[in-house]
Design a protein around this ligand. Structure first.
Ligand SMILES: [Zn+2]
Length: 430
């Protein structure tokens, strides 16, 4: 099927911040075939035409999430981390059923699509149910099977075997990966085996790294080196490695990330809410480290709105460096689109360029938040600083419309909301 989308402007989602005024995006099946000014567009050859009054941007890529935790949104607010985990999160998670995860992920995927997020990296229990939810909602995901030593979730060997079994059934809609929790919770030999398996099968390996200032203290005392150095020494860093958070990284740690071409999922919303710290985003980008924006789980953000995180990323980078040039608006938007796709090793996503998947988001510009526009790059400036996900009107994934006029076309959001509410209360009650 051929489709032509014409819009007031097309935002490509590249690092340079390319904006095409009065632009056209041609799509054949689930791929983009042509992007450029309407005046230069090829013969539409009978393509179905969609004329949009606002701007088209790439579907956003959320590089780090535990989205089924919509079940725990706002719970334990204000508690310190250790009490929040012991008294609120772990008792609830111990009661989770596979159905809870599937319902919650379906609701979360619909929430993300309404916010213009078409792909997410998910690390959570019951990955088959997460995959089913993603397919039902019509989004995309990289679903990493968690490796974590918790009662009821099997041995590390069994968890790794599950990850590899699932990976064999993946495709461009749901790709499976491996998600060892962190170096302070997963033994180093397990991390080494997981990384070797990930490399052997070209899977994404995603692991929490240096989220808090003190989480690596025991490892530092035992081994005398930082977690990034330990990961390098144990052969974990080669391949498609995505470190989540990476807040507390010294120059040597960042040099390792550069050397191994490891990527970073930058989660400023979660890092701010949990007082974890401010990552060295400018330094990472100057070193050529691949970085993508992540929301983290909705129990520690508390939403799945990547527009908020990219604005926060720009604000916090500027505050950290005390420099209004520390992160430009085009760079901030790129970190949630083309940059995030590169960070997760999916060059078929994140940009509106020929050959990539037709994941498109229509942002309504009929709003004072989009005024004035003189230079075309004003569109990007407004997208980052003034416009939010509330202006997202329509979303397509692989050329298929999944949000129309701000509402899901695939799932019943009101019914899901009621279902999540009932399940969340049951999980809290015990
Ligand atoms: Zn996380």
């Amino acid at each position: 099927m051929r489709q032509r989308f014409a819009a007031r402007a097309v935002v490509v989602g590249d690092r340079e911040g390319t904006v095409v005024p009065d632009g056209v995006v041609d799509v054949e099946d689930d791929r983009i075939t042509w992007v450029g000014p309407a005046a230069e567009a090829p013969d539409p050859a009978g393509a179905a035409a969609t004329r949009l009054t606002g701007v088209l941007v790439p579907g956003l890529v959320n590089a780090h999430a535990h989205s089924p935790m919509v079940l725990f949104r706002g719970q334990g607010e204000g508690l310190p981390l250790d009490r929040w985990l012991r008294e609120v999160m772990w008792p609830r998670e111990a009661r989770l059923t596979p159905e809870d995860v599937e319902v919650a992920m379906t609701a979360a995927a619909a929430e993300m699509l309404r916010h213009g997020v078409t792909t997410s990296v998910e690390v959570y229990f019951h990955p088959e149910r997460i995959a089913a939810a993603v397919r039902a909602a019509g989004s995309r995901a990289v679903v990493a099977n968690p490796l974590i030593g918790l009662p009821g979730f099997g041995t590390f060997d069994e968890q790794l075997a599950t990850a590899l079994r699932l990976a064999a059934g993946g495709d461009e809609v749901v790709e499976h990966g491996i998600g060892p929790h962190a170096a302070y919770t997963v033994p180093l030999p397990v991390l080494r085996d997981a990384a070797a398996a990930a490399r052997a099968h070209d899977l994404l390996l995603t692991v929490h790294v240096a989220e808090t200032a003190t989480e690596g203290d025991e490892l530092l005392a035992a081994h005398g080196v930082s977690v990034p150095r330990l990961l390098a020494a144990h052969d974990v860093l080669g391949g498609r490695v995505l470190g989540a958070h990476c807040v507390h990284m010294d120059d040597g740690d960042l040099a390792l990330w550069q050397e191994y071409d490891a990527a970073v999922a930058h989660c400023p919303g979660s890092n701010a809410k949990l007082a974890s710290g401010t990552a060295r985003l400018r330094d990472m980008l100057d070193l050529g480290i691949r970085v993508g924006m992540g929301t983290d789980g909705p129990a520690s953000n508390d939403n799945l709105d990547l527009f908020e995180d990219l604005r926060l990323a720009a604000g916090l980078a500027r505050l950290r460096e005390r420099d209004a040039t520390a992160l430009s608006a085009p760079e901030a938007f790129w970190l949630a689109t083309g940059g995030a796709a590169a960070a997760i090793g999916r060059e078929d996503l994140g940009q509106l360029t020929p050959g990539r998947r037709a994941d498109l988001v229509h942002v309504d510009t009929d709003d004072i938040a989009f005024v004035p526009i003189g230079d075309p790059t004003d569109v990007l400036t407004h997208l980052v600083w003034s416009v939010g996900s509330r202006h997202v009107r329509d979303t397509w994934v692989g050329g298929r419309q999944v949000v129309a006029g701000g509402a899901s076309t695939t799932v019943d959001e009101a019914a899901l909301r009621a279902d999540v509410q009932t399940r969340a209360l049951r999980l809290a009650r015990g």
